[in-house]
Design a protein around this ligand. Structure first.
Ligand code: SF4
Length: 610
């Protein structure tokens, strides 16, 4: 095999063993890498209905066939498992040297099984893999863990770590690397914590086999230069994703006060131009010349790496209009290993619950000190923090009444930084995202603002599917970053060329989209296998707030979504995907995608439509 190493590392934490295994070439050709590998392994190897925190759950770290080569923004890693937050398929990606080192050590993925009796560190150094005693690291933040591991194992090592949030099984704990690169929103850090795996430290020194190494090198050189030439590049380097604060405010989609509004009175104070005045440096993922992590000094003069999502969710959504204070919450979340997006959501949920006098905890909109104390309580599962540590869906169920109407999640995963009162296309993107509400698969909102935001027409359904194929399929399986394409216009036709030079395999965009559809059908099958007869199209529906509580401010004052029109869009989406009216892939669709075996297993749990 070229491009792919053809090997995975299987780690049994209970037995304290790590074994290299070759995998079948059909896995590579049919599922490509990253998310594709992860869902195939989780589908094949997990039993339906297991507890996400049980030793039976498996944690997959998967790179793709381009990872580790000198190609633009190719230093990403997918981390996946059954999610303890949504109880469905969960994954996320992060940029990290660990993915480059993994590939150089000769592996494409790691599958972690079982549970260690004591805290452990997985060390990989080329062909050597062992479990080390992790007791001295347990309780440390993700930053200190990485620092100490690098001191012990070399500065160029790649490290993946969890913080106390993962150890304490906070259901939206994530995996952190390089003081600010984090991934696995649906609780992948908590799964790692349940396995008592504190960190992974990786070093590799091998050459990743390329089908045409000279061609790949020349293409990479040309591609990096092409990124630099894009007209948007200079402004991107100045602000990264932070420019989106101003855009979202102007477009009335900036989440504010727990998604009640789309405009925030203090938006300027947390926007990209304010950030530019505070910026002290810039960081990025390996192999990337777009370095979008903007670093400022926080309230405590400590460095904090910002992007749009964490500023929108910890800033405007909680009513906090002070960027250095937002940065302090953000740093705390990264170091504790807790997802900033869900953290912003649970804090704003608590603020609203406090305002409605549903909890015995005083916390007002924009109250930094209380928000910080609450974040720490979430990490340590204390007081109101314990209520919030299981996410907004579980918290709303405990509060009862109509709290679920304003618990802003879909399938249990908290919504990311776009208010959809007046953006039905983006709402569909959230509703049909394969991990619960997340923008990474189909960020259609910028396109939607240009074509007319009010419509619920077929073109929006088509755009969601097109973006899911590109972003959620191709990029998540190649594990390359989507931002060069979406943010500066780096053309998609580079990727089949990279793939050909790396692997020797010719794939057209159509071929890549077929893989994307296969991966999507399998992710959906995973959810259905978990939910069984409880699965229905209502799980792809939206929080009642977006239908029933119009926004009260800004140019879209009075706007809200139409429930019937959204449901019609959703049915059209299912038809186009070859799924039935419940959103379950039909037998014919699964068979055409080469997933006949899936129909046999799935039909044990639900009646499939031909
Ligand atoms: S654009 Fe940003 S997120 Fe993407 S690879 Fe580069 S630094 Fe990482």
């Amino acid at each position: 095999m070229h491009g792919w190493n053809g090997k995975l590392l299987r780690v049994d934490l209970a037995k304290g063993k790590a074994v290299a295994q070759e995998y079948d070439t059909t896995l590579a050709k049919n599922f490509l890498g990253g998310r594709g590998f992860a869902i195939k392994i989780l589908w094949d190897e997990l039993k339906s209905g297991i507890d996400a925190f049980s030793p039976e759950n498996k944690l997959v770290f998967a790179a793709g066939p381009l990872t580790g080569f000198p190609l633009p923004s190719s230093g990403k890693l997918v981390v996946a498992a059954k999610s303890p937050l949504t109880r469905g398929y969960g994954d996320g990606n992060l940029g990290t040297m660990a993915t480059v080192q993994l590939r150089k050590a000769g592996y494409d993925l790691i599958v972690v099984e079982g549970r260690s009796p004591e805290p452990a560190i997985l060390r990989i150094d080329d062909d050597e893999a062992e479990l080390l005693d992790g007791k001295d690291y347990w309780g440390l933040g993700a930053f200190e863990t990485e620092k100490r591991l690098k001191e012990g194992h070399g500065r160029t090592s790649g490290v993946l770590a969890i913080g106390p949030a993962g150890e304490n099984l906070v259901r939206f704990a994530n995996v952190v690397s390089q003081e600010g690169r984090a991934g696995g929103r649906p609780g992948m850090g908590a799964v790692m914590g349940s396995k008592k795996l504190k960190a992974v430290v990786i070093k590799g020194s091998k050459t990743i086999p390329a089908a045409d190494a000279d061609k790949l090198k020349a293409l990479g050189k040309e591609a990096y230069k092409e990124v630099l030439k894009k007209p948007n590049y200079d402004f991107w380097k100045r602000q990264g994703t932070m420019a989106t604060i101003e855009w979202s405010q102007e477009s009335s989609v900036l989440p504010t006060h727990n998604f009640r509004e789309g405009v925030f009175d203090e938006a300027e104070a947390i926007g990209g131009f304010t950030m530019e005045k505070l910026k002290v440096s810039q960081r990025g993922c390996p192999q990337c010349n777009m370095t979008c992590g903007i670093v400022i000094e926080d309230e405590n003069n400590l460095e904090s790496e910002l992007d749009y999502e964490n500023v929108a969710m910890l800033g405007s959504n909680t009513g906090l209009g002070n960027l250095r204070q937002v940065a302090a919450l953000n740093r705390l979340a990264d170091d504790y290993g807790i997802d900033t997006i869900s953290l912003g959501n649970v804090i704003s949920f608590a603020m609203e619950a406090s305002e409605k006098r549903l909890i015995d905890h005083e916390i007002g909109w924009g109250d930094f000190n209380e928000a910080k104390a609450l974040a720490e309580d979430v990490v340590h599962r204390r007081g109101t923090g314990a209520l919030l540590a299981d996410g907004t869906e579980a918290a709303a169920q405990k509060l009862g009444g109509n709290a679920s109407n304003w618990a802003m999640n879909i399938k249990g995963l908290e919504i990311t930084g776009y208010d959809c009162h007046a953006a039905p296309g983006m709402a569909l993107s959230y509703g049909t995202s394969p991990i619960g509400a997340h923008h990474k698969d189909a960020w259609v909102i910028s396109w939607e603002m240009r074509v007319g935001r009010e419509g619920y027409g077929e073109e929006k359904v088509d755009k969601v599917i097109e973006f899911q194929r590109i972003r959620g399929g191709m990029f998540e399986c190649l594990t390359t970053c989507r931002l060069p394409w979406i943010e500066v216009g780096f053309e998609l036709d580079w990727y089949p060329k990279f793939l050909k030079a790396a692997t020797g395999v010719t794939m057209t965009m159509e071929d890549l989209f077929t893989i994307a559809d296969r991966v999507y059908a399998l992710m959906r099958a995973f959810w259905v296998r978990e939910y069984k007869s409880r699965w229905s199209s209502t799980l792809d529906g939206l929080p009642a707030r977006w239908y029933d509580e119009p926004i009260t401010k800004g140019p879209f004052k009075g706007a809200s979504l139409d429930r019937e029109k959204y449901d019609s869009m959703l049915q059209l989406y299912y038809q186009k995907r070859g799924w039935d009216s419940r959103g379950i892939p039909k037998t014919k669709t699964l068979t055409n995608l080469g997933l006949r075996d899936v129909t046999q297993e799935l039909s044990q749990y639900v009646k499939l439509t031909a």
